[in-house]
Design a protein around this ligand. Structure first.
Ligand code: SF4
Length: 386
């Protein structure tokens, strides 16, 4: 008999309380969309850090206190005095002709900081703005909500959404430096992917209110960061259209999580029920066997966004997967999955199939060049030592 996805997901998580999605875990869906293990762990609300820890692969994760403090103080400085610095950047750097703006602090509603009060207020203000009332307003810490896999997820962005012209924009404030107009590409991608979750949540809120035009929320994110290692903010528009579409696709995949669950063995669980001392009772090998039953697609950037990264890296290494080496190797070697296969073709020990013939020639050529270089270096060092 087929078990309903929710019951199956509860069984996968076991006795632990469900962990809710947040902007970071939603963004991670877009980072590694092929990974079934991550989809199953996140959708079931399992505690990946605890599972990795008990499996013997604890991953140091999260931002340092120093980075958090620096981020908070930079955000505060940008927003001080009714977002005076933010407005300067919007006007001077991004050349937006903003005359006057209103400012709404949505961290609480008349002293009530409950999720429901903040969400209701956010919804009424942003729906009104989308309908043309409140143009040019800045909304500090709006609280957004969206359904993921049938469960409500609240997103509390450390950002401001504002309406300029006929569009709402999401503003993401980050403390990594923008040097000569350039910032670390990985950090920018991570920031914009999180902002994509806010864009989708904002669109969902407006759609629920009967405003069906997705373009009313811009795909362009306003990214604010410190300029050239100073504390002076600068900004840039980042086009996130592709990332928004990718994330939307991943969210609809979660809606079809039942298809993925059907492929997993019956009775599978990542349960970590604790004993009286609070430690998981489950034998480690049993948990490892459960994890091994779910396909994972390790890539080097998993190290920066997933608590399971050390576990998956060790499994990928043990399988000789080329994925461990990243896209710089896997893309040119398309069609070759393992290190063993690549080395076998390079040494002529494996006969290539029709699709691998060209690649095998290139690999053998590279292997010859390498052997010549190693020989030349060896001869030079022998000669120089005489
Ligand atoms: S670390 Fe593992 S579970 Fe996490 S996204 Fe990468 S492959 Fe998937």
């Amino acid at each position: 008999m087929k078990v309903a996805p929710d019951i199956r997901l509860d069984a996968l998580r076991g006795s632990a309380p469900r962990l809710r999605y947040n902007a970071r875990s939603l963004a991670a869906l877009e980072n590694n969309p092929r990974c079934t293990l991550r989809a199953v762990l996140d959708t079931s609300g399992s505690d990946k850090a605890a599972i990795a820890d008990h499996a013997g692969y604890p991953t140091p994760f999260g931002r340092s206190i120093f980075a958090i403090t620096r981020g908070n103080s930079f955000e505060k400085m940008v927003k001080d005095n009714g977002c005076a610095e933010l407005l300067r950047v919007l006007r001077e750097v991004l050349e937006l002709p903003i005359p006057q703006v209103g400012y709404r602090d949505l961290n609480d509603v008349g002293g009530d900081s409950s999720l429901s009060a903040r969400y209701t207020k956010t919804e009424s203000l942003l729906v009104a703005a989308a309908r043309g009332k409140g143009n040019g307003h800045l909304y500090d810490h709006p609280l957004l909500r969206m359904e993921v896999g049938g469960h409500p997820v609240y997103l509390e962005p450390d950002l401001v959404a504002f309406k300029f012209g006929d569009r709402l924009y999401v503003v993401e404030i980050k403390s990594f430096p923008v040097v000569d107009g350039q910032a670390d590409a990985a950090l920018v991608k991570s920031a914009t992917t999180q902002a994509c979750a806010y864009i989708l949540a904002l669109r969902a809120m407006l759609t629920a209110a009967g405003i069906d035009d997705p373009d009313i929320v811009s795909d362009k994110i306003v990214l604010i960061g410190p300029k050239n290692f100073t504390n002076r903010p600068t900004g840039a528009f980042v086009d996130a259209r592709n990332q928004v579409n990718n994330l939307a696709r991943q969210l609809s995949r979660i809606g079809r999580i039942g298809d993925l669950l059907d492929l997993l063995p019956d009775g599978l669980t990542f349960d970590l029920s604790p004993d009286e001392s609070g430690r998981p009772q489950r034998p480690r090998d049993e948990l490892l066997a459960a994890l091994d039953a779910v396909p994972a697609s390790y890539r080097p950037d998993c190290l920066s966004h997933c608590e399971m990264a050390y576990f998956c890296r060790s499994r990928a290494r043990a399988a000789g997967s080329l994925d461990v080496l990243g896209s710089i190797v896997t893309e040119p070697l398309g069609g070759i999955d393992t290190v063993t296969m690549a080395l076998g073709l390079a040494r002529g020990a494996i006969e290539p199939n029709d699709e691998q013939v060209e690649m095998a020639v290139a690999l053998r050529h590279a292997a010859r060049l390498r052997a010549e270089l190693i020989g030349a270096v060896g001869n030079t060092s022998i000669g120089s030592s005489r």
